[in-house]
Design a protein around this ligand. Structure first.
Ligand SMILES: Cc1cc2nc3c(=O)[nH]c(=O)nc-3n(C[C@H](O)[C@H](O)[C@H](O)COP(=O)(O)O)c2cc1C
Length: 218
């Protein structure tokens, strides 16, 4: 079996928003899919270890912010590489958010926002497949929705272990066959192509904002 075939599946990029009591929290997922058309139901694959899973279980509702190619990297860094267990992700310092039907959504540059109510959670290995009824859907901009491919190939971001599409052997790969020098961010997996030593001392990872010292030469 050649697992790399799975990389050819297509996905989008989304920010899930929910509440931990009254505190907004959430995370990045690439696994939102529409399951039914009438009275639409969506599915999300959520890692059991994600704090967002616990919050959704308690709240029973969540939002989906459909990210676009204009979404600031800070949104993905804060929501996709930190945990709401120890980080106040919606503290307003790295990106702006607003409430929609009482739940947090990313304010700027999204293609649209959904509000969904949980119907069921089915345990599948490391994840829960959350089925949820769409209760509200609001358009935002006409910017191109960010695909997972765009995130990997243009932004050169990677996915952490909790993403269902994570494959350890692929975590540090970019364009195959390239002989360019590569430096990999040990925090988020972002791949810098070229001579990183030539960047200024205050250069930081565009995804997770870590300094050059966190990069390992491949
Ligand atoms: C590009 C990308 C895609 C991701 N996709 C998923 C996903 O589909 N499901 C999931 O459970 N986690 C996914 N994650 C991982 C979570 O966003 C990440 O583990 C986050 O830190 C969880 O935060 P929390 O503990 O506050 O819930 C993804 C992360 C990134 C950066």
């Amino acid at each position: 079996m050649e697992l790399s075939v799975l990389w050819k599946l297509s996905y989008g990029m989304y920010a899930i928003g929910t509440l931990d009591g009254t505190r907004p929290t959430g995370c990045i997922v690439n696994t939102v899919a529409q399951i039914t058309s009438t009275n639409p139901v969506i599915a999300v694959s959520m890692n059991k270890n994600n704090f967002t899973y616990e919050a959704i279980k308690k709240t029973g509702r969540f939002t989906v912010s459909i990210l676009t190619e204009k979404t600031a990297p800070n949104v993905i860094a804060k929501l996709g590489f930190c945990s709401g267990r120890d980080t106040d992700k919606f503290d307003g310092k790295d990106f702006a958010w607003k409430a929609l039907d009482g739940l947090p959504v990313v304010k700027d540059n999204c293609a649209g926002h959904l509000v969904a109510e949980v119907l069921s959670m089915t345990e599948v290995e490391t994840h829960y497949i959350i089925l949820a009824r769409v209760k509200d859907a609001q358009p935002c901009t006409n910017f191109a929705p960010m695909t997972y491919k765009y995130y990997h190939e243009v932004i050169k971001g990677s996915a952490p272990k909790n993403a269902p599409t994570y494959q350890a052997s692929a975590a540090q790969k970019t364009t195959s066959g390239s002989t360019t020098e590569k430096w990999v961010c040990s925090i988020c997996g972002y791949v810098y192509e070229g001579d990183l030593t030539k960047e200024p001392a205050d250069w930081v990872c565009p995804i997770c904002k870590q300094p050059k010292s966190k990069f390992v030469k491949q």
